[in-house]
Write a protein that binds this ligand. Structure first.
Ligand SMILES: Nc1nc(=O)c2c([nH]1)NC[C@@H]1CN(c3ccc(C(=O)N[C@@H](CCC(=O)O)C(=O)O)cc3)CN21
Ligand SMILES: CC(C)C(=O)C(=O)O
Ligand SMILES: [Mg+2]
Length: 296
């Protein structure tokens, strides 16, 4: 930190601008307008790494927006993280539309990407276009994400031709949990070749980026080198262009077991539980409310 201003003490321990000083960086950049998929493309050309977090409500999204997180994913992980389902499979387009609109309203700068939920694009390109159009028009998202490589090529292609930016998602695709489980993907020569074909299919269909979920780090590095669009890793090692985590995992809110690839940066479950217990104790002991909380 080279700044001599008093504000530096409270600032995060990161450079306030891009490493090259251009001020264009996705994280730490100076621009306050909303980030577009063109900014994502330009970041890959600069060789810049960037962070993505999930968000499911306006309040949390505003925290991440103020922290400078450049891309937020309204993930169908809202199913297990927010709506109390076991998996992402039951999430509906209606649920996605409500929460995605909230995230858009809570943010000014971040590019908002919404997952197309299971069943909202598998019927084919026309269904995919109808679903994605709803999220773009009603919720106001800047892009959508859908799962599958070669198998989703036609869907991605029609959305992109229609003017809707698409993020792909290959490797572990949780909407297929009933068929594939939650296992590392791309292990062994045949599976690795399939993953490379899936990555190429997503890029050829016109996607602006692709999530690589739960694949060996060496394979994720190879995919990243072989594509001109950025790769976004989750459980895919350090060599992808970007990294995404489910925010409840990284903030320590998710109950029970979390995937091994996540890192916990805070313990909000503990903090929030402590606040609730302190409030409750003060109510039963008559410590809260005091005179300053009372009207006369
Ligand atoms: N809270 C949460 N975090 C996530 O990362 C996440 C979701 N929910 N929901 C949607 C998908 C599902 N994801 C998952 C779910 C389970 C594993 C899991 O159990 N992985 C094992 C590794 C299995 C292996 O070694 O093959 C692990 O121990 O991490 C991984 C990703 C990632 N996504
Ligand atoms: C794990 C990420 C990539 C996702 O798809 C989600 O949160 O739904
Ligand atoms: Mg998802």
């Amino acid at each position: 930190m080279t700044s001599s201003s008093g504000a530096a003490a409270a600032a995060p321990a990161h450079p306030p601008t891009s490493a090259d000083g251009s001020g264009k960086a996705l994280y730490g950049g100076k621009s306050s307008r909303r980030i577009t998929v063109h900014d994502i493309t330009a970041a890959k050309e600069r060789g810049e790494k960037w962070p993505m977090l999930t968000a499911y409500d306006a309040m949390t999204a505003s925290v991440f927006d103020e922290a400078g997180i450049p891309v937020m994913l309204v993930g169908d992980s809202m199913g297990n993280c927010h709506l109390g389902y076991e998996t992402t499979v039951p999430v509906t387009l209606d649920e996605m539309a409500v929460l995605a609109a909230a995230v858009v309203r809570g943010t000014r700068r971040a590019l908002i990407v919404a997952d197309l939920p299971f069943g909202s694009y598998q019927e084919g390109p026309v269904q995919a276009l109808r679903s994605a159009t709803r999220l773009v028009k009603d919720a106001g998202v800047g892009a959508v994400k859908l799962e599958g490589g070669e198998r989703s090529h036609e869907q991605i292609s029609l959305l992109v031709q229609s003017g809707i930016p698409v993020m792909g998602h290959i490797g572990l695709t949780p909407q297929s949990v009933n068929a594939m489980g939650y296992r590392v993907q791309g292990r062994g020569e045949e599976a690795a070749q399939q993953l490379l074909r899936d990555a190429k299919a997503v890029q050829d269909a016109g996607a602006f980026a692709v999530v690589l979920e739960l694949v060996p780090g060496e394979l994720a590095a190879e995919v990243t080198r072989s594509l001109h669009i950025p790769t976004v890793g989750i459980g895919a090692g350090p060599e992808t262009d970007a990294q995404v985590l489910v925010y409840t995992d990284m903030a320590g809110l998710t109950p029970g077991r979390v995937p091994r690839f996540t890192k916990q940066y805070a313990n909000l479950r503990q903090t929030l539980g402590d606040a609730a217990r302190t409030f409750a104790d003060e109510v039963v002991t008559g410590t809260f409310p005091q005179a300053e909380h009372t009207f006369h």
